[in-house]
Ligand binder design. Structure first.
Ligand code: CDP
Length: 239
């Protein structure tokens, strides 16, 4: 059912038509990039690890009445999704200070953030995803005030569900980014939730289990992605 030409190709995923109105096929590629695409590589099986973890987490959210675009996995690196009218926002929820929070503000890495901090960036690579605030979001008419409060509510609920899921598997959810789109006017989670879009630390050792391993050459990124996949799919690895 997949045609050869993608309707859209991003840094790590490509979207294909399915022949059915309102549905798309997302293929998670083996490309990995960091720092706005300045650093890039191809890692065999990386796409399949991210697809499988995304599918597991989307299913988990749906079980908690959080709506996503996920329909089902088609093969180990492709998923069928509902087509959304995407909103150009990157909605980040932070439980622990790390990454840009530490680079940009006087706060030490590892500082717990309670309540969690929501940061919303404008999804625009050419502008390096500048941070927004509520007034700018409304001035740019990206979403309505009602949609914005719904987005924050869904993001916080998602944080509770994902934090518990990973804690049960010996992993701390430090922060994550999600994207939203409208499905017939309803705000739902789209894109992916994977090791590329979350910051995960091993609860025991504190070791990075996410794209930071690639960004900062902290070790064998493929092995780390494999481990998170095994632990997320409950295939027994706890360390
Ligand atoms: O990762 P970096 O320090 O550049 O940015 P951040 O603002 O600390 O990122 C917070 C979380 O959002 C991390 O888990 C990132 O992996 C994720 N993120 C993402 O998936 N895509 C982006 N364009 C920016 C952040």
């Amino acid at each position: 059912m997949t045609q050869d030409t993608p309707v859209y190709s991003g840094k790590a995923k490509s979207l294909y038509p399915t022949g059915r109105a309102g549905e798309l096929l997302v293929r998670f590629r083996d490309d990995i990039t960091a720092f706005d695409g300045v650093k890039k590589d191809v890692l065999t099986r990386k796409g399949s690890y991210n697809a499988q973890v995304s599918a597991r987490l989307f299913t988990l959210l749906e079980e908690h009445q959080i709506r996503t675009h996920f329909i089902r996995l088609i093969d180990e690196c492709s998923m069928l999704v509902r087509e959304l009218e995407m909103v150009p926002l990157e909605v980040i929820v932070r439980n622990i200070a790390a990454g840009s929070m530490v680079r940009n503000y006087p706060i030490e890495e590892g500082t717990p953030l309670d309540p969690p901090v929501i940061v919303i960036d404008y999804k625009d690579d050419a502008r390096h995803d500048p941070m927004l605030n509520d007034d700018i979001i409304l001035a740019l008419k990206i979403v309505t005030a009602e949609e914005l409060s719904l987005i924050k509510e869904i993001a916080l609920k998602t944080n509770i569900v994902l934090s518990r899921f990973f804690a049960e598997r010996g992993i701390t959810l430090v922060d994550f980014k999600i994207e939203f789109g409208r499905d017939n006017g309803t705000m739902v989670i789209g894109d992916e939730i994977s090791m590329d879009s979350m910051r995960l630390w091993d609860a025991g050792s504190g070791a990075s289990l996410d794209k930071d391993v690639y960004r900062f050459d902290k070790g064998d990124v493929l092995e780390v992605y494999r481990q998170v996949t095994e632990r997320s799919l409950d295939r027994g690895e706890k360390t």
